[in-house]
Each structure stands twice: as C-alpha cells, then as structure tokens.
Design a protein. Structure first.
Length: 457
C-alpha cells in the first residue's frame, strides 16, 4: 500500500475522522468497498432457530461491504476525533491534517558534496580551517579564496560554487586548482530547494510510512495529527485449548491466541487485551458488557452447539446482528454484530483457517475503514493449477506468487494452517471453481503486500 493522500480544503486542520474517511473514499473512486451496494437483507435474530441457516447466509462480497458500511456508520455516530501522535508511534496511521512545512527545506544554503567552497575564478588560496555540518555560519569568502567543506555544512556567504574533492588538486604552493570546469551554484543546495515554509507537503488521507516520518521530522514536526488506531479486544473461547506443551487427553493447542493479535496489529489495530474465557457464558456476557474496545473479536462458539454461547449472549445484550453466516469456505459460521453504537463484534469460527477467512472477510474491511486507510487496489493473476470450488459458496485458498502466476497450496482445510503459513496471498475462488490459467482475484496478506501493514508493532 502506498502513501496516498487526498487534496485537503482550507479547513482540513479541523476535519474529524468521518470527514477524513469521506475524503479517502472519494479519492478511491466509486468502487470503494461498501459504496453503491444494496443494504443487506433481513437476518434472523441472534440465537433464534432457523430452518436453513446456510440459505440465509450473506454472500461473501456483501459481507465485506457490510463490515465497511458498519464502520462508517459507527464513525458518523460517535464523531471520533483525530489525535496528536508522536512520530515514533505514528507508523501506519492516516494523516487527519495536511503536513505543512514549518520551515524552508533546506533551511539554509548547504553543500551537496564533500569538497571546497570557492569564490570567484581559480586558482584559490585555501583557508586552514574547514567548514563542518552542524556549525554556525562561517565567515564570508573573498574572490580567489576557498575553504574545505563537508556535505550538509552551511555555505559561506559569497560562495560561487562547491568544487568536489575528486575534481580539485593543490599545487606545490598549496593553491587549489579545478580539474574540471565548474558552474556558478554547482553542488550547492539552495535554501528552500525542496519546499518553502507553509508549503503543503502531504495531504489529508496520506498513510504514514517510514518515508513520511522522515519528511515530517525534516520539516520540523514532533507529532502528527492522525486518525487513531481502532482498539480491539480478543476473547479466546473454548475449554479444549492448551497454551503450552503437546496436545493430550482430547485437548489441543490454541493456534488463534498467538496468531490473532499480531495479525490484527498488522491490519492497523491497537490490541488492548487478549483474554481466555473458556466455554463460560457468564464470563462472555461480563466481557462483552464491560468492554470499551471499538471491536471485539471472539474465537469459536459461533455455531449452535451446546457450548456455543456467542449467539445467545448477543441476544441477551440486545446486539444487532449484521451478518450471521457467510457463503464462504472455510469460515461459513462467522458473524458480525453491532454491540453498541460505537462498538462491533466479529465472531470468528474456532478452526484456525476458518478464523483467517473471518479476518479477511469481516475484520479487515471494518478495521481498514475505522482507520481511514485507502482500499487496496484489486488485482488478479492466472492460477497455475485448477482450483476446485464449492457449488454455491466462495472459496478462499492460500497461494504463492511465482512470476505472473499464483500457485494454489495444499493443506487448506478449515483446521489447517500449513498452507497459509507458506502463502503470499489468498485466491478468491468463485462458486464452481477456476480453471488452470484463468485469472482469479487475489487478496494480499499483510506481511506479503510490501505495504505498511508489514509493521506488526
């Protein structure tokens, strides 16, 4: 993802997060996720019996659009305010105010090379003391005079040019001669060459990359005004989960507790806590009602088994179910609920790859929208091999990228992470499957997209 921005107006410094998001969406064009799509159809109340839950499940693309739309609605309702963030904590955020130069860059005439500052035509008498970067302004030069100078050092007044070290020599009388013709102003970076005080350097909506941090620092900033990171709380459900050692006695190792927090951070979230609740309906109810996170992510418990407490608990607290099951494999029993005006819950299935499907389908568009990140540009590559599809559902399959093709990986069952651990991207396989050589939409993984999301901290 590149550091893209949108043109700000005169009142950009007063924009709230909703207005920043609107500018980003406008910049993305009319096909940003969640725009110009029909509202989702009615869903059964949380936890209510349904004769055919799969029939009522939301199509995969509509589920993603619903998640983005829900985040925009929450932003409008609450009016999240931009925050002032120190540079060392701003990586991956979105600028909520233009980055305007606080000084000329450079702020004084500087040498672009190691060499000599010279005045007038040569040969030149060389001063004994040189000029180094970080020192006060040196004495002016007179015609026929030169001084040793370092890259980045202030140019003495009345300097004609900088003669590079490799383009000068001294004679027996220690006089400096040029071995190449020099032009006035050569290898001098004049004050304001990059920008003038007050120039807009970056627009509202720009993603803060390492280069943006460097520019902000050079321009005199200690902090930037940005959209705050969405706060996420992770609730790991299930009595069968071990946190250490080998699986034993019907117990299995928890794969989601270690995987979800860094994945969510890679999506731009601030993971405030990870809590293990087991299969405890009272503990889940208490955790949901007391959470002040923007997003709660639960693992497991989204089906209709005897210890699947997510649906009944959502009904008990009066949550609004926005997505109850998605026509996608793996990950069908995922859900999205509005628990408060400014809070949502994404219920992930307990199987590890199914949970990844839930992250890509519901959590990613919701978090991206809350953070006012630009939508990723869609792209497709032909598949090296055929990919079998589900008769009615979208299928998400991990792939590796090899040249101009994507190669489907094996081990992509709902409980398997072996394929995903080696993947560069995920192929979106439509119902019915894809032939070998057929172009297929791909979703980049955060750490494989060469974008800012690769930063996990």
């Amino acid at each position: 993802m590149t550091a893209r921005g949108v043109q700000a107006d005169e009142d950009a410094e007063d924009l709230d997060v909703e207005e920043v998001l609107a500018l980003v969406n406008e910049h993305n064009g009319p096909h940003a996720p969640g725009d110009h799509v029909p509202a989702p159809g009615p869903h059964a109340a949380p936890g209510s019996p349904h004769p055919d839950r799969h029939h009522q499940a939301t199509p995969w693309r509509e589920a993603r659009e619903t998640a983005a739309r829900a985040a925009r609605a929450a932003t409008r309702a609450v009016g999240r305010a931009p925050v002032s963030v120190p540079l060392d904590a701003a990586l991956g955020l979105t600028l909520a105010a233009p980055l305007t130069a606080l000084t000329d860059l450079p702020s004084f005439d500087t040498s672009a090379m190691d060499g000599w500052a010279v005045a007038g035509p040569g040969p030149w008498d060389v001063r004994e003391e040189g000029v180094l970067a970080g020192h006060a302004e040196p004495e002016p030069l007179t015609d026929g005079e030169a001084v040793r100078i370092a890259t980045g050092a202030r140019i003495p007044p009345d300097t004609t040019a900088v003669l590079r070290s490799e383009h000068g020599r001294t004679d027996a009388k220690d006089r400096l001669h040029a071995t190449r013709e020099i032009q006035p102003g050569q290898d001098i970076r004049p004050r304001g060459q990059e920008c003038r005080n007050g120039d807009q350097l970056l627009a509202v909506g720009t993603l803060v990359t390492p280069a943006v941090l460097g520019l902000a620092s050079a321009a005199g900033y200690d902090t930037v005004t940005a959209v705050p990171r969405p706060r996420v709380e992770v609730l790991v459900l299930g009595d069968e989960l071990l946190t250490e050692g080998l699986p034993r006695d019907g117990l299995i190792r928890d794969a989601l507790g270690p995987m979800l927090p860094p994945w969510l951070r890679a999506l731009g979230a601030d993971v405030t806590s990870v809590r293990r609740l087991g299969d405890d309906a009272k503990a889940l109810h208490k955790a949901l009602t007391r959470s002040d996170a923007d997003l709660i992510v639960t693992t497991g418990g989204t089906a209709a088994g005897p210890v699947d407490h997510v649906h009944p608990t959502l009904r008990r607290i009066g949550a609004e179910l926005l997505v109850d099951g998605v026509k996608v494999r793996p990950g069908h029993p995922m859900l999205l609920a509005r628990t408060k005006e400014n809070q949502h819950l994404v219920g992930l299935p307990g199987n590890p790859l199914a949970a990844v499907s839930g992250l890509l389908t519901l959590a990613e568009p919701l978090l991206r929208t809350l953070a006012a990140h630009p939508s990723p540009e869609p792209y497709a590559l032909p598949l090296k091999e055929a990919a079998h599809g589900h008769p009615y559902d979208t299928r998400l399959i991990p792939v590796v990228l090899r040249g101009d093709h994507a190669v489907p990986l094996h081990y992509h069952g709902p409980a398997m992470l072996r394929g995903m651990a080696a993947a560069d991207a995920v192929a979106v396989v439509p119902p019915g499957g894809v032939r070998a050589g057929q172009e297929t939409e791909l979703l980049d993984l955060p750490w494989a997209s060469a974008g800012i999301e690769v930063c996990f901290t």
